[in-house]
Design a protein around this ligand. Sequence first.
Ligand code: TYM
Length: 326
Amino acid sequence: MTTYLSGIQPSGLLHLGNYFGAIRPQVALQERDGDKFYFIADYHALTTSDDPEELRGHVREVAISYLACGLDPARASLFRQSDVPEVTELTWLLATVTGMGVLERAVSYKDKVARGLKPNVGLFLYPVLQASDILAYDSDFVPVGGDQVQHIELTQDMAGYFNGRYGEVFHRPEALVPSGRSAKVPGVDGEKMSKSYGNGIWLFETGKRLKKVVGRILTDSRPPEEPKDPDGLLLLDFLALFLEPGELEDWRERVRAGGEGAPGYGHLKVRLVEAIEEHFAPARERREALLQDPGEVDRILERGAAVARERARATRDRALRACGLR
Ligand code: TYM
């Protein structure tokens, strides 16, 4: 049986990048045979969070967002990372076979340090914890956005170091990255959309606040009549995520042609606000219902954790035996 696994950090509200890069493709995988494990990476979030109430809120919000966007607990296990402590045991085992140099090259660590964050040891070990997440469930495929590919490669390396020393314990996973723009959704500033860059659009944003954030999408001062290369317009990249190909091509053509019939940036922004509100309307409704039923969300997370834990325990036992601790 094929196993799919992925995780999302509860380090803020989920944005369009999380949705198109991860949640939507992960939910679509429910149509395929195989076991699916999707979890909320709360241990990972602790490397950059120091507010317990906020973290608790974000964990719940990620769970609700997943469910509202179509995760079906009958077909996929949804759980909190910290409900499967075996993962932290595996982290230690993998840490003992992984060289410091390997982790020093990890982009997520380098990136955070470059932006002035004072790193803790947990942040340095972040990729080892992520490798444990993936290896604990004997994952075949890890559906993620493009920014996570290095983590999956590091996971392959760590599985290799361990297996090289102790025999075939861990299964080698592969990343599954969506094609096109969904692999790297841009933020309103044109950089990668990220919870930590303040350039995101929250999935469930509506009304005035949505208009305001869409209003921040980077444009320039060229007038509508001036013919433009549609490939260079950030607004069209956003619209491409939502519109049917026919309508998208129509907008692109009018931008390319310029002249009287060409849309101004304000016009494209109005269409984008409409498209976002429409796309997420059913999910927003489900979210409202789930907010009223916290007990149901807890039950789903508990059931998910029970299934996940059983799998992780078997892998942990195998790993402990292999390295001489049993
Ligand atoms: P996180 O929480 O940063 O992101 C969650 C998922 O969203 C994807 N994503 C994007 N995709 C396209 N465009 C974007 N702008 C964009 N921003 C985020 C990410 O690629 C990811 O799939 N380290 C992970 C969490 C994690 C994990 C794991 C993932 C912990 N353990 C094991 C997979 C397997 C993270 O911080 O993702």
